[in-house]
Every structure is written in structure tokens, then in C-alpha cells.
Design a protein around this ligand. Structure first.
Ligand SMILES: *Cc1c(COP(=O)(O)O)cnc(C)c1O
Length: 826
């Protein structure tokens, strides 16, 4: 049966919307003249490249017009600096955003090629670890959608986040190779190359007019070369640029060395330069702490600032207007060295007075904090900074002297407070604190959810907040509804459009109109049918990838995210063990059949996270193969979690697990993706779950567990978890079975220490939240069995997701931090 076109396929109004026939000719032309292949022998990758090139052509006019318009109108530009962009695939996003889904599908069909196959062939651009990088990608799309003149700046890693495979249940990391077939999206801009220095020394130079300047003479140089990718907004509203830097040697080969017979040495410089942008550091929420990482941070900061200042001077001719025409947002502290680099550019290279340069710098920068975890707060040894960036170290000392003088004189700070706001940490080896540097150099410091922003004020930045009380503000994260609803769940999008009309595609808040239909039995049936079809699709994937059979009739209970102790996958899998014990103990009883789906990568050096993956796989093996379970419980771990896998799993979820230890998840964005797709959340009062609870209403979310405050108190009191375990026989039984090797007969001691930690300190409150979690899961079962109640909740989750659109987030950044555009925050 031919399907009627999706509501998202409405072509962009106005003339020039191409027909399938025209697109077919364009794709063929690209195949022959750009890819250089005869259609008769073209392989799938050739068709993919030809299609991307044809789509890219369709975007070029808007791209050029977008930048021409910014020049013409002298609008303020936003620069989003991020060491990570977790983009995923681009082709479907671009085709959908310019409204060409159906004509491209038809054009390819005429050429005997399936668009769906090509979409799945495109590699994920995985230039990020998790939430922080994905946020940057959602922001890029929203900035284009909201017509904000913006640039993303980052690093063109040759190898993105590692590919995860399983070997006997253990995570194995393999190099990721997204550029293996080339990257048809990008344009190399050899003319936009900047010299980046490292090391050397600083020399005072006296200018003819008698002023003394500091001049940095690096002894190590390389080039940053730009690669540009177009980022298309919804309905092609605007096309912005993602500019990624690649490191290249200044001399590709040292000929004198080569000629004297040293063939390896001749290439040494080239190899050293290339190393800087070779791989993404794979640790999430942990500071990498290595010299190469600092080199990456300075490399991309310096290249980006040189580019920004060059463009500004070209347009405006002077630097005094910098804060009026430029907003630079630092995505976490990774680009924080930019504060010192901007000062160097203004003072040393452009002769501005220190105080004026500082005013301009602060007026230009904003800083987003993403975590309060102590292990994630970046700091660099002073000795390393002095060796690698001697002039920046001087500048940091000068900034620090100014800040500390102000703290003493204006704010009458005590010695303890001075130590806490200082840019230099004096505890055990002097280190530069990048959070403090980013804070003092910015006019705005934002957290990513209400709770996280409050905790920022109470913890890491308590004293800086006293010194500069007007700077901290909140911008709750969001996700782009294009990728995370319309593109990943076209059937639900179609259903919504049929019910409330297509207006929500352009104003996501109109989804609220679904509220009126949440209890309509017909609509509930249709909503459930879409969910069921998505679950069937996921069940097929699980069968193919893991050879495990799951029933789409079961409740799909999903936890997909980086593996981290604070995210508490351990709590979830221990609950699975308790359920397993319960099912076997009560063969007479009815249970709600569940499929527990896990996915996520562990940082390669994070032992406990890797052990938790192994535990999930060990438990899965036992439960999935025990006939006494009667198919009532299945546990699956899908390897290699990435954006594309998330797009497959999220639409199929009934239950979204957002169960971090309260106070530890800054925001979460996975929670929002599930909400959009009509999953019910089981979660703690943490991160943006707090806002979700408010938006969706207490009746439509299942909240459990300690509050951030209670967690804090228990930790401060050093309370022993053993009491909680003794009081909970089900928890005790589950813990003992894991610890004694029931799931690891080949190595009975494998989980002894992991479980021992729960008895000993239980830092993440797994044991002490267990009973509350089980009770919440019991509540989920009750709700699930009341089908009308469940789908009422599911529909209301989708209906009320509008607040979590990154369009709302970006509107708030635009109005309250950047001072651009007329977008209204809703
Ligand atoms: C959304 C997303 C994340 C962030 O998920 P959280 O649940 O917020 O931690 C991480 N990785 C990928 C691939 C994502 O799409």
C-alpha cells in the first residue's frame, strides 16, 4: 500500500522546489562527474557520495546567502567553541530540513537505489563522547533554525569516539574511521590556515614610541587548516558553518634530513603535528590531564580566535566593537585557554591597554559549566603551562592578581575565600584551574538545569558567585525536535500531524494540543500501534545483533547512556537480578513481562564502568537462558551506542531510566529524547528531571529516591549503608548472588569488590535507594497494566515536551547571554 507523504515532507514554500526528475539528473551528474563512476558499476558508497553532493549543492545558495546577509546587515555573530560535536549522520537531517525527503526518495528509486539503505550507510560523525557533544550538535541545528548567524568551532578528529565491541561480555575498543570513504560534506579551506605556536620564551620589546610589549617567541609551530560543513536549519531557514580544524606541519617534509638519509626523521615534524588532531579523548566526565589534550585545547582555541578576530577586523576595522558584534560561548572549560589567548591577541598583537582588553574579553565570552564532579574539573600544572604556553601563564598570573586584589579590597574576602577564587590551586603542586579562568573572563556563566545551576552557586563557584553575583544564570538544556522526533519517529510525526495539524513542526509548543486527545481511546490505540511497530523494529535489531528473541508485547525498559557509576546502571541491573529471583521463587504469580535494554560506552580506563558492562552481559546470559524465567524477563546490552543507535532505540522505549544519584547529573538530554517519543520516565529528582517533573506533571512521571540534599547529608554524616542492606532482604539476596559468583561461575570473585563497595561506602547510594527504586518499578507495573492510564501518560509526555526543545534553550542564550536576534524565550 503506498504511504501518504509524511507531514514533514511539505516542500519549502515558494518557487524552485525541485522535482524528483530534476534531482535524479543532479544525482546522476554528481555520480559521473564528481565521483567518477559509471552508474552501471556504481556501488552503494558511490551512490551515497553522489546523493550527498547533490543535496549539498541544493544547500549552497542558502549557505552563501546566509553569510552575505550577515555581512550586509552587520549582525552580531555567535561562535560556539566546543572540543566535541557528536553529530551522527547528516544526510537525512539535511534532506529533511530542506523538505526534499520524498523527491530524493523517488529520484533514487528511479535509479534503483533505496534511500533508506543509503541513509544507513553514512558513517556517524562521532566527534564527541556523550551529552556535552550531542548538545553542541543540537545547538548548531537550532541556531540555524532560529536564523542566528553562528559558527561552531571544533577539531576535525581523524578518529572519533572508539567503536565498542564485545568480547565474552567485556568491552573492547576499536579505532573509529569515519573518514575512510572521504567526507563529501566538508570543504577544505586551505586559504583559512593559521599558525599555532607552542613552547619557546617571552621577550619584552620596546616599540618606537617607547611602550614595552611582551612578545611570545614559540619554538614549535604548526598550521591549523579549516574544514567547513554546512549546518541546515529547519525549512532551510539559514545555513551556518561548522568549522573544524585539522593540524598540519608547516614543512610537510624536512628535505635536508631526507637528503642526508634520515627518511624517518624527515617526516617527524609532520607526524608530531598530525598527532594533535588524530584522536578524540574518550573519557566522559573526567579531565584527561595529558599534555596532548592541552595542546588540542590551545590549538583549536587559538585557531578559532585568530579566525574570529580576523573576520571582525575585516568587517569593522577596529576591536572596540568586539562585544557588540561577537559572542563567544565556551562549551565547558575545554576552550577556556581562549580567555588568555584573547588577551594576548588584544594586548600583545594589537597594542590595546590591559584594562580595555579585559573589558572587551569579558564582554565577549560566556561560559557553560557542565559538571560539578571534582574529577572532571580541569586544571593544568603550572610547570606544564609555563613550558607549553609561557606567555599565557604570565597573562593568567596578571588576571589572577587583578581578581584577587578586587576580592580583597572591594569584597573584603578572607584568606580561605581568596584561596577558593584564585586561578591557581596551591594544594599539592601548583595548578591552573580552568573553571576559575573561564568564570572570571566571562560576563555570563550558566549551568544546564535549575538544580545544577543552584548547586554551582553552592559548591565550586560559591565564592566567585559572591564576588560576581550577577554572572551565574541557568539555561536548561534541550534537544532538537527535528532529529529526535520528526526524523527518528516519522510514524509518530505523521500521527500527530493527522490529529492536530502540521503547525507543531514549526512551533513545537503546539504539541500541547495533544493533551486534549490523551484520553481518547482511538488516539491511544493509534499511538500504541506506532510504539508497537517501533518495538518490532528494535526487536528485529536485537535478534540480528545479539540473537536474543524479545517480544514487542513486553514493557521495553531502556537505559542508554555513557556507563558511569553516578548514572547507576548498577542499580538497574541489580533490580533485574531481584526480579529474576522473584520470578523463580513465585512460579504461580503473574509478572509484567519486561525487556531491559542497555547500551553505552565506558571510558577505556574506567575499570568499574567496564566491569558493570560485563556484569550486565553476565546477568543477561543467565536470565535469557533460564527456562524458569518463562520469558518474563530479558536483558540485552546493545554494543556501540551512538547517535544512530539512539535514534533506533528511543522511539521503541516504553520506560526511560534516568536514575542518577541526585545532585550528580548536570542535566541529561537523553531524558528529553524519550519524553518526546512518548516514553514514561522513572527517575530521580536530578538534573533536568526536575524540570520534566514540573512540565509533565507528577501524575505522568515516576519519581523515586533521595534528593540531592539528602544525598549530601548522608555523605557528610558518613552513614553506613549496611543498615539499608540488612533491612532489605531482596536487595541482600541479589547482592549476595552477584558477589558470590552466581552470574560468573568462571570467576566467582569477579564482582566481589564491586558489590563490596556498596556495603562499604556506597558513594552513589545504590543500596540506599534500592527499595525506593523497586517500589517505583512496582508502580510502573501497575500503571502499565492499566493500559488507558499508561498511554494517557505516554501521550502527555509527548504533548508537553516543548520546553525541552533546543530552540527554547537557544532563544534564551540569544536573548539573555549573547544579545542577538529577536527570538522570544518561551
Ligand atoms: C543524547 C545522547 C547522550 C546523552 O545521554 P544522557 O542520557 O543525557 O547521558 C549520549 N550519547 C548519545 C549518543 C546521545 O545521543
Amino acid at each position: 500500500m503506498p504511504q501518504k507523504p509524511l507531514v514533514t515532507d511539505a516542500p519549502i514554500p515558494g518557487p524552485g522546489a525541485p522535482t524528483a526528475e530534476a534531482l535524479q539528473a543532479e544525482i546522476l551528474e554528481r555520480l559521473i562527474y564528481s565521483v567518477g563512476k559509471d552508474p552501471v558499476v556504481a556501488r552503494p558508497h558511490d551512490w551515497l557520495e553522489a546523493t550527498i553532493l547533490a543535496v549539498r549543492d541544493r544547500v549552497m545558495d542558502r549557505w552563501m546567502e546566509s553569510s552575505r546577509e550577515t555581512w550586509r546587515t552587520s549582525k552580531k555573530r555567535v561562535y560556539y567553541l566546543s572540543l566535541e560535536f557528536l553529530i551522527g549522520r547528516l544526510m537525512r537531517d539535511a534532506i529533511s530540513n530542506i523538505g526534499l525527503m520524498e523527491p530524493v526518495r523517488q529520484a533514487l528509486k528511479n535509479l534503483k537505489v533505496d534511500l533508506g539503505d543509503l541513509i544507513n550507510l553514512e558513517p556517524d560523525a562521532a566527534l564527541g563522547n556523550g551529552g556535552l557533544g550531542r548538545l553542541a550538535a543540537c545547538f548548531l541545528e537550532s541556531m540555524s533554525t532560529l536564523k542566528i548567524p553562528a559558527y561552531g568551532y571544533g577539531i576535525r578528529y581523524v578518529h572519533g569516539l572508539f567503536r565498542q565491541e564485545m568480547s565474552e561480555g567485556w568491552q573492547v575498543e576499536l579505532p573509529e574511521d569515519w573518514l575512510a570513504h572521504g567526507n563529501p560534506w566538508e570543504f577544505e579551506r586551505r586559504e583559512s590556515a593559521y599558525e599555532i605556536g607552542f613552547g619557546g620564551h617571552v621577550e619584552p620589546v620596546t616599540d618606537p614610541d617607547g611602550t614595552v610589549r611582551q612578545e611570545w617567541r614559540p619554538n614549535d609551530h604548526l598550521l591549523a587548516v579549516a574544514y567547513d560543513t554546512p549546518i541546515v536549519g529547519w525549512r532551510g531557514a539559514r545555513v551556518n558553518t561548522l568549522r573544524l580544524w585539522s593540524a598540519q606541519p608547516i614543512d610537510p617534509i624536512l628535505l635536508d634530513k631526507f637528503n642526508s638519509g634520515d627518511h624517518i626523521g624527515a617526516l617527524e615534524e609532520s607526524a608530531r603535528a598530525g598527532a594533535i588532531t588524530r584522536v578524540l579523548y574518550p573519557a566522559d566526565s573526567t579531565a584527561a590531564g595529558q599534555e596532548l589534550r592541552l595542546r588540542q585545547e590551545f590549538f583549536f582555541s587559538s585557531a578559532s580566535l585568530q579566525d574570529i578576530v580576523r573576520r571582525h577586523l575585516q568587517h569593522y576595522g577596529d576591536l572596540g566593537s568586539l562585544p557588540d558584534k561577537v559572542a563567544i560561548q565556551l562549551n565547558d572549560t575545554h576552550p577556556a585557554i581562549s580567555i588568555a589567548e584573547m588577551m594576548r591577541i588584544l594586548v600583545d598583537l594589537n597594542g590595546l591597554k590591559w584594562a580595555e582588553a579585559w573589558r572587551l574579553t569579558r564582554g565577549t565570552f560566556g561560559y557553560t559549566n557542565h559538571t560539578l564532579l571534582p574529577e572532571a574539573l580541569e586544571s593544568w600544572p603550572v610547570s606544564l603551562m609555563e613550558r607549553l604556553l609561557p606567555r599565557h601563564m604570565q597573562i593568567i598570573y596578571q588576571i589572577n592578581a587583578d581578581v584577587l586584589a578586587e576580592a580583597r579590597q572591594r569584597a573584603r574576602f578572607s584568606d580561605a575565600q581568596i584561596a577558593s577564587v584564585s586561578l591557581i590551586d596551591e594544594h599539592g603542586g601548583r595548578r591552573v584551574r580552568m573553571g576559575q579562568l573561564a568564570f572570571v573572563g566571562s560576563h555570563s556563566i550558566n549551568g544546564v538545569s535549575a538544580l545544577h545551576t543552584e548547586l554551582m552557586k553552592q559548591t565550586v563557584f560559591a565564592d566567585l558567585h559572591k564576588l560576581y553575583p550577577e554572572r551565574i544564570n541557568n539555561k536548561t538544556n534541550g534537544i532538537t525536535p527535528r532529529r529526535w522526533l520528526m526524523q527518528c519517529n516519522p510514524e509518530l510525526t505523521r500521527l500527530i500531524g493527522d490529529r492536530i495539524g502540521p503547525g507543531f513542526l514549526d512551533d513545537i509548543n503546539l504539541l500541547k494540543g495533544l493533551d486534549a486527545h490523551a484520553d481518547d481511546p482511538t488516539f491511544q490505540d493509534q499511538f500504541a500501534a506506532v510504539k508497537f511497530a517501533n518495538k518490532e523494529r528494535l526487536a528485529r535489531l536485537i535478534k540480528t545483533r545479539l540473537n536474543v528473541t524479545v517480544s514487542p508485547d513486553a514493557l521495553f525498559d531502556v537505559q542508554i547512556k555513557r556507563i558511569h557509576e553516578y548514572k547507576r546502571q548498577l542499580l538497574n541491573i541489580i533490580q533485574a537480578v531481584a526480579m529474576y529471583d522473584e520470578i523463580r521463587a513465585h512460579p504461580e504469580r503473574d509478572f509484567v513481562p519486561r525487556v531491559k535494554v542497555f547500551a553505552g560506552k565506558a571510558a577505556p580506563g574506567y575499570w568499574n564502568a567496564k566491569l558493570i558492562i560485563k556484569l550486565i552481559n553476565d546477568v543477561a546470559k543467565v536470565i535469557n537462558n533460564d527456562p524458569a524465567v518463562r520469558g518474563l524477563l530479558k536483558v540485552v546490552f546493545l554494543p556501540n551506542y551512538n547517535v544512530s543507535l539512539a535514534e533506533m532505540i528511543v522511539p521503541a522505549a516504553d520506560l526511560s531510566e534516568q536514575i542518577s544519584t541526585a545532585g550528580m547529573e548536570a542535566s541529561g538530554t537523553g531524558n528529553m529524547k524519550f519524553m518526546a517519543n512518548g516514553a514514561v520516565t522513572i527517575g530521580t529528582m536530578d538534573g533536568a528531571n526536575v524540570e520534566m517533573h514540573k512540565e509533565v506533571g507528577a501524575d505522568n512521571i515516576v519519581i523515586f529516591g533521595m534528593s540531592a540534599e539528602e544525598v549530601n547529608e548522608k555523605r557528610a554524616r558518613g552513614e553506613v549503608p549496611r543498615t539499608a542492606i540488612d533491612k532489605s532482604p531482596r536487595l541482600k539476596e541479589a547482592l549476595e548472588s552477584v558477589a558470590s559468583g552466581v552470574f560468573s561461575p568462571d570467576d566467582p570473585n569477579r564482582y566481589r569488590d564491586l558489590i563490596g563497595g556498596l556495603y562499604d561506602h556506597d558513594w552513589f547510594m545504590v543500596a540506599r535507594d534500592f527499595d525506593a527504586y523497586e517500589a517505583a518499578q512496582e508502580r510502573v507495573n501497575e500503571l502499565w497494566l492499566d493500559r488507558k492510564r499508561w498511554y494517557g501518560m505516554a501521550v502527555r509526555n509527548t504533548a508537553r515536551v516543548g520546553f525541552f526543545s533546543s530552540d527554547r534553550t537557544i532563544s534564551q542564550y540569544a536573548a539573555e547571554i549573547w544579545g542577538v536576534g529577536e527570538q522570544q524565550a518561551s
